[in-house]
Every structure is written in structure tokens, then in C-alpha cells.
Design a protein around this ligand. Structure first.
Ligand code: NAG
Ligand code: NAG
Length: 316
């Protein structure tokens, strides 16, 4: 905890830039990744490299994935082994701060450092294609998770992370405001600065219009993900990620935070996020296909779950 505080405050104060430089990358022991790269190179001449990976983080879909990423061998050698970003308990800016510290603690050849965890893919797609990883959540569940997130959604954008006694709109109003933001993040431009900035409050920010066409393009862009995880299938998702990218299965990666909750959707009064619904459906399809492709199942993940100290069926 003390280490992360250090990481989160002291170290960052002296960081001049957020951009990653291209330091030398001589960390050994990534045979599986090199193999994967080689396979990809063979498969498609156009996108020869899967590294450095870019985590496309959709808010409320599982920030815990950050732990999984930084503890993949060789990715972030500067991050202590036992460090865990406990997103529920931690101060509001930890994830953002870890992103800022990224150039200092992660290997830029393996992880692409970006300025904000809520960066939009937008016109960077051609650069990021094939190298993105992300976790997708059922849209109405994601909206409700955001709606019920006191700390991140309803907090004023103040440096001290103090709560603001804002007026909370009815859930369906919020869900309409929030709808299509996954598609927008994949297709639109800019930083969705609603993390670290906490600008979800309706009226404080305008997310540009989200359209069905956007959903179509977002679906196309899902093909550019080297890994697609599903919040509702968290355990299998982590096991799949480990199977593809290596690294130990750790108890902390499976700890249930946001992903465990299943909200009653009745307060949405029937509202459905059709745009992100389309994107989620495709993410599900890719996920299932990927499970088959890598022979990942509750059965084949037994060793991974046991290594993480988990017994019995996942998502219990
Ligand atoms: C927040 O707003 C409500 C309703 O306006 C009010 O009753 C309550 O006292 C306020 N709380 C604080 C901490 O200001
Ligand atoms: C897939 O995993 C199962 C264990 O669940 C194993 O018995 C089987 O041999 C694996 N198949 C392949 C093709 O690796």
C-alpha cells in the first residue's frame, strides 16, 4: 500500500511527460509471447507485432484487469510483485496515476503507456490494431455499476477527490447519457476524461453523439483485439489471458469487485443500450471463439484456478 502511494504521488510529481519513450527491451523470458508474435507474423503480413499491448479500458467493466496486465512477466518490471490496485478501496486516482507512472515502471516494448486510462481509440486504430486488449461488460449492468459508483461517478472533479452532493438523475436518464460510450471509445476521438476527472455527471460533459453506424465500426474494430475478456466471465477471461500471454494465476486477479455484482435492471424501466448491446454481442462471440481456440474451459483452467487458490467452479 505504501509502495503504491509512493507510486501514486511522489514519483509522479517529477514526471515531465506522459509519453512513452522507446527504451531498450532486453528483459528475457517471454518465449510464449515471442512465439505468439511469430505466429501472428506468419498469419498476417500486415500486422506483424502484437506488442506493445494497449489496454482499452471501458470504465466499470473491470479496472482489476490492470493488475493482471502489470503482473504479466516482463510487462512492468518496476511494479512490485505484491502490488495490487484494489480499485474499490483505493483512492480515486490510483489507476490514473499508475498510467502516469507507466513509462517509469513498465517496459514500453510490451505495454503501451497512454496518457489516460480512458483514451479513445479513434484515429489511432491503425497503429493499435492487433495489439489491443480489453474487457467488455453487459451494457445495462455497466450503466448501473456506474450509476451506483458513488466515488467515481458522483464525485466532483476536484483534486482532493472530495464528494460532491450532486443531484442524481433517475437511473434511466443516466443510462441514456451513458449509452454507447463503449462504441464511442472505440471509434471516437479524444480522451474520455471521465476517470480521474470524474465527469460523468450529466450536464457537466457532453459526450458526442453515438450512433448505430458507430456500433458497426466498433464491431469491426473488435477484430483488432489480441484479447477480448468478458466481465461476466471474469475467471475464464483471466485464465484465457494467462493462456495467451503467460504469467501466474494470482488470487488477487480473481478477487471479485465490480465484476461480481449483478444489478436488477428494473430501475432502468426497460431502457436498453442498443449501440453498446451490438458491441457486447460481438465481444461475446469473439470471447467464445477464443475459448475454443485456446481450449479454455472450467476444466482446462483447473490448474490456473488452483494456483490462484480458487477451488470449485468459477464465478462463485
Ligand atoms: C445533500 O443534499 C440533500 C438534499 O438536498 C440534503 O438533504 C443533504 O443534507 C445534503 N448533504 C450534505 C452533506 O450536504
Ligand atoms: C483441452 O483441455 C482438456 C482439459 O480440460 C484436455 O483434456 C484436452 O486434451 C485439451 N485439448 C487440447 C487439444 O489440448
Amino acid at each position: 500500500m505504501a509502495v503504491l502511494r509512493l507510486l501514486a504521488s511522489g514519483l509522479l510529481a517529477v514526471l515531465p511527460l506522459w509519453a512513452c519513450d522507446t527504451g531498450d527491451a532486453s528483459e528475457p523470458g517471454l518465449e510464449h509471447l515471442e512465439l505468439l508474435q511469430q505466429q501472428l507474423r506468419l498469419r498476417s503480413g500486415t500486422h506483424p507485432e502484437v506488442l506493445p499491448l494497449t489496454w482499452v479500458h471501458f470504465p466499470k467493466a473491470g479496472s482489476g484487469f490492470l493488475n493482471v496486465l502489470v503482473h504479466t512477466q516482463g510487462f512492468c518490471p518496476g511494479v512490485p510483485q505484491d502490488l495490487s490496485v484494489e480499485t474499490e478501496r483505493f483512492s480515486c486516482r490510483v489507476a490514473s496515476n499508475l498510467f502516469k507512472a507507466c513509462p517509469q515502471v513498465c517496459d514500453p516494448a510490451r505495454v503501451r503507456c497512454h496518457a489516460s486510462p480512458y483514451e479513445c481509440v479513434g484515429s489511432r486504430y491503425s497503429e493499435l490494431e492487433g495489439r489491443m486488449v480489453g474487457v467488455f461488460r453487459q451494457p445495462e449492468q455497466r450503466a448501473l455499476a456506474a450509476y451506483h459508483d458513488e466515488l467515481r461517478t458522483w464525485m466532483a472533479p476536484q483534486a482532493d477527490c472530495a464528494h460532491r452532493n450532486g443531484t442524481r438523475p433517475p437511473a434511466p436518464v443516466f443510462a441514456r447519457f451513458f449509452a454507447g460510450t463503449v462504441a464511442y471509445q472505440l471509434v471516437g476521438e479524444g480522451l474520455l476524461n471521465y476517470g480521474g476527472g470524474h465527469h460523468w455527471l450529466p450536464g457537466l460533459v457532453d459526450i458526442p453523439e453515438r450512433t448505430t453506424e458507430m456500433a458497426g465500426e466498433a464491431v469491426r474494430r473488435l477484430q483488432g483485439f489480441a484479447f477480448v475478456g468478458i466481465t461476466e466471465e471474469w475467471d475464464l477471461s483471466i485464465c484465457l489471458f494467462r493462456k495467451i500471454f503467460g504469467g501466474p494465476c494470482r488470487a488477487l486477479d480473481f478477487s471479485k469487485t465490480q465484476s461480481s455484482k449483478n444489478y436488477d435492471t428494473a430501475p432502468l424501466e426497460g431502457f436498453q443500450d442498443e449501440i453498446d448491446g451490438i458491441v457486447y454481442q460481438e465481444a461475446m462471440r469473439i470471447f467464445r471463439h477464443s475459448l475454443l481456440q485456446h481450449n479454455v474451459s472450467v476444466d482446462s483452467c483447473r490448474d490456473c484456478f488452483a494456483q490462484a487458490g480458487r477451488h470449485g467452479a468459477p464465478n462463485e
